[in-house]
Design a protein around this ligand. Structure first.
Ligand SMILES: [Zn+2]
Length: 111
């Protein structure tokens, strides 16, 4: 079972990391999100992702200026929330048209 998870996560990292970044941007433009919420959200979409994989992605997006974070105490523990910056919103907007083209070609075989 353990190796299945490893394979699945490796596969996710290799092919869908970009999807995951865009998915993070999508939700973080609507309001603050945090790591565990997002892991749960991804699992509903069929992606298995551990904190060890997701957190570096969030940090990378923050470092790149696409997300900004703030901390809030929830039930006695500090939780880190992420929100899209203006650059993050722009990146998502630009990605939308690329996603549209990719979907047309990959799903419907149209140029
Ligand atoms: Zn979602």
């Amino acid at each position: 079972m353990e190796s299945d998870i490893c394979f699945e996560e490796k596969f996710t990292k290799e092919f869908f990391l970009g999807f995951i970044k865009l998915h993070v941007l999508h939700h973080s433009t609507k309001g603050p999100v945090y790591g565990l919420w997002f892991i749960e959200e991804l699992s509903h979409h069929g992606y298995k992702m551990s904190p060890g994989t997701l957190y570096p992605v969030l940090h990378q997006l923050e470092k790149g200026g696409y997300l900004e974070s703030f901390r809030e105490k929830v039930a006695g523990r500090l939780r880190v929330y992420y929100e899209a910056t203006e650059n993050g919103k722009k990146a998502l907007e630009e990605a939308r048209s690329k996603i549209k083209h990719l979907i047309k070609e990959v799903l419907y075989d149209r140029e």
